[in-house]
Design a protein around this ligand. Structure first.
Ligand code: PMP
Ligand code: GLN
Length: 380
């Protein structure tokens, strides 16, 4: 694992702390989740939920997840055998890849891809095959012919992240149908990372791949409370999958962490049942913040791509006279007192992402405004 070094998020957050810069790099909100949910966690600790919970997760959370899937997506998953609580989506992804891939298997992922995918695939001694998302008509998308061409007899799984970090793309039904077709034709398992499922804008709807015909039985669907309820530090996620797939993931999960933190699980169960109205408010606020940051970045001279989901916006730095995002983001604290994420680190073909830089907008308005004011120095 030497090649993996330190994650870009750790590097850039440390840079922000060291230089006192505004951190629009690592994606975490600077405000808390719903008050009543936080109280539930405190209550859980005070009332003794402090020992190992059951391996698959506390029954309250598995039931709440099951009800939420049915109500939201019309997908029925049994709390007993089809739902597994994990230590964030990160563990869910790692345990799924480790459970399903043999050494030498191939896993397709769309680049730029979330950094833990490459690491999880490497841990399984499998091989990541990247299909590139490119800006077309203002949003990042893929060419279905390239996806087809990436499939080989060794392709075991495809990792599908929508809403997509770091591009902000929310896959359309047509895009998902193209993915589903390839999965079904070639016997490929879909691993879906849906951590931003609730964070979509402009009325764009998130469609889980598992809702497409013939996909539920071949999909491992992954979610997390971190983004939905603004508690990235709680590291509470879950997997929904048919029994054979969920069972395989559970087998691995037992030996990675055995179980996930008890108090958070109870509080997240409460939130899934009672705080979806709060989430709707968060979505509306984030849409305003997106517009605020996009407008500011454009005024500062960046070319800005409009995200339909997540809390990240991609910019092209070339209009400002820069060409390398890694170089720019390492100098950005000194140039402007701001930290951002170089998108190129999420590519196998780094040159395709060299001129993109990602900014997070899950921050207080005054923080966004101050960051924008500082970034205007770049063109001054
Ligand atoms: N997938 C994506 C696309 C993410 O952005 C993140 C970061 N929240 C994760 C997975 C990891 O989620 P968690 O913090 O729940 O492990
Ligand atoms: N998901 C967050 C992001 O993309 C960071 C998570 C992490 O630090 N690993 O910015």
């Amino acid at each position: 694992m030497r090649a993996f070094g330190t994650t870009i998020f750790a590097e850039m957050s440390a840079l922000a702390v060291r230089t006192g810069s505004i951190n629009l790099g690592q994606g975490f909100p600077d405000t808390d989740g719903p008050e009543a949910m936080l109280e539930q966690a405190v209550r859980a600790i005070r009332s003794g939920a402090n020992q190992y919970p059951p391996g698959p997760g506390v029954p309250e959370l598995r039931r709440a997840v099951s009800e939420h899937r049915t109500a939201h997506y019309g997908l029925d998953y049994s709390p007993d055998g089809e739902i597994l609580v994990t230590v964030g989506a990160t563990e869910a992804i790692a345990a799924t890849v480790l459970a399903l891939c043999e050494p030498g298997d191939e896993v397709i992922a769309f680049e730029p891809y979330y950094d833990s995918y490459a690491a999880s695939i490497a841990l399984a001694q499998a091989r990541l095959v990247a299909v590139t998302l490119r800006p077309m008509a203002g949003r990042f998308t893929f060419d279905p012919a390239e996806l087809r061409a990436a499939v080989t007899p060794r392709t075991r799984a495809i990792l599908v992240n929508s809403p997509h970090n770091p591009t902000g793309t929310v896959f359309t039904r047509d895009e998902l149908a193209a993915i589903a077709e390839v999965c079904k034709e070639r016997g490929i398992i879909a691993i879906t990372d849906e951590v931003y499922e609730h964070l979509t804008f402009d009325g764009v709807e998130h469609v889980p791949l598992a809702t497409l015909p013939g996909m539920r039985e071949r999909t491992v669907m992954i979610s997390s409370a971190g983004k939905t309820f603004s508690v990235t530090g709680w590291k509470t996620g879950w997997v929904c999958a048919p029994p054979a797939l969920a069972g395989a993931v559970a087998t691995v999960k037992q030996f990675v962490t055995f179980t996930a933190g008890a108090p958070w699980q109870l509080a997240v169960a409460y939130a899934l049942r009672h705080e979806l109205g709060w989430v709707a408010g968060l979505r509306a606020q984030l849409q305003d913040k997106r517009d605020r940051l996009m407008e500011g970045l454009a005024a500062a001279g960046f070319e800005v791509l409009r995200p339909a989901g997540t809390y990240f916006v991609q910019t092209d730095i070339r209009p400002l006279g820069f060409s390398d995002g890694l170089e720019l983001t390492r100098r950005l604290p000194e140039l402007a007192g701001v930290v951002a994420i170089p998108t190129q680190v999420f590519y196998d073909h780094a040159e395709r992402g060299r001129h993109f830089v990602r900014f997070a907008f899950c921050k207080k308005d005054e923080v966004i405004d101050e960051a924008v004011a500082r970034l205007k120095r770049l063109s001054g």
